[in-house]
Ligand binder design. Structure first.
Ligand SMILES: Nc1ncnc2c1ncn2[C@@H]1O[C@H](COP(=O)(O)OP(=O)(O)O)[C@@H](O)[C@H]1O
Ligand SMILES: [Mg+2]
Length: 318
């Protein structure tokens, strides 16, 4: 398969006070293949958005590298950052907060094209109309303002804005979490259709495992800034290896009531440790029912346990 992006030991730290470092993303290495959807799941605060923003060049990694089509993305250099910004786009969770309320929908969608000097004014206008239709709105909407639209429609505007500069890679950061359940599947279906038509590569961030399973080819599970498991969607659902992923999956209801009754829920006990000045050892050690001595001393690295199925755990998981 064709690698589009490689994350090579990527960490992102934030300084949050004197001698206090918040490790939002810790030493994540993985490849993203062209045309795939990589789902990223984990509890709130585990670093999903920070990872997404680092991959798409909003943040410069504190350690490690992002490699896009064989070349390191250096977001410290404005020129490189600018070139990369055309290839990578992001769709945000909150379509209310991410659209400028004082701009018309048309100018919101065409702004990126102007910044990147794409097309002349008349052609940009034409593109705005086309994009509105592509996302299921219509050309009359171009002169209206964001507050005149429903949540689902605003997310469609956010998608049109991302598409306007013809990206290859799109980070979808919980794009449906703020929407009514009835609207969620419409947006998911739109994203899937756009991917089929344009060959987009997605990083799809969510905490809802059901949605991630439906849309993702592979799934990455994060815990406290660390990548703890990575595998194809079906594989990870049928052969969940990491104790944290098992706990996360067992909290998803199974549609079959008999199976649901048989399911032994693994309830997570204990608190997520603070990401500030984290202790050595496995990040999940204090909540893991299988915790051994080594888990408190050495941070496990990601190993291939089954074909194309990776987990970071000291247990003998096979
Ligand atoms: N700009 C920032 N400055 C300081 N801390 C941040 C910043 N952004 C995120 N964090 C912290 O980094 C951790 C990961 O956050 P985030 O990536 O938003 O997680 P998620 O998207 O999984 O909920 C959290 O502890 C959060 O408080
Ligand atoms: Mg987030």
């Amino acid at each position: 398969m064709d690698k589009l992006i490689t994350l090579d030991h990527v960490s992102k730290h934030f300084n949050v006070g004197k001698h206090q470092t918040l490790v939002a993303v810790n030493d994540v290495s993985l490849d993203i293949y062209r045309g795939e959807t990589l789902g990223v799941v984990g509890e709130s605060g585990c670093g999903k958005s920070t990872l997404g923003r680092t991959v798409m060049g909003i943040y410069h990694p504190t350690k490690g590298k992002i490699i896009y089509e064989g070349k390191e993305v250096n977001v410290k250099h404005t020129k490189d950052r600018f070139a990369y910004a055309r290839k990578a786009q992001i769709i945000f969770q909150d379509p209310y907060a991410s659209l400028n309320p004082r701009m018309t929908v048309g100018s919101i969608i065409s702004e990126g094209m102007e910044i990147h000097n794409m097309y002349d004014k008349a052609k940009r206008q034409e593109r705005v109309y086309e994009l509105l239709e592509t996302v299921g709105l219509n050309r009359e909407h171009a002169n209206r303002f964001p507050h005149e639209f429903s949540g689902g429609q605003r997310q469609r505007i956010g998608i049109a804005r991302a598409l306007a500069i013809e990206p290859e890679f799109i980070v979808c950061d919980e794009p449906i979490s703020a929407l009514d359940v009835s609207i969620q599947s419409q947006i998911i279906n739109l994203l899937k259709k756009l991917q089929e038509e344009n060959g987009f590569t997605y990083m799809f961030i969510a905490h809802d495992l059901n949605i991630v399973k439906y849309i993702s080819d592979r799934i990455a599970v994060m815990y406290l800034g660390n990548l703890v498991e990575l595998a194809d969607s079906d594989e990870i659902y049928h052969h969940t290896l990491h104790p944290y992923s098992q706990a996360l999956l067992s909290s998803v209801p199974i549609p079959d009531p008999d199976k649901e009754a048989q399911k032994q829920a693994k309830v997570l006990t204990g608190d997520v440790p603070s990401p500030i000045n984290p202790k050595p050892g496995c990040p999940f050690a204090n909540r893991c029912e299988h915790c051994m001595d080594i888990c408190r001393k050495e941070t496990p690295t990601l190993k291939e346990i089954r074909p194309h199925h990776f987990a970071a755990c000291h247990l003998d998981l096979k």
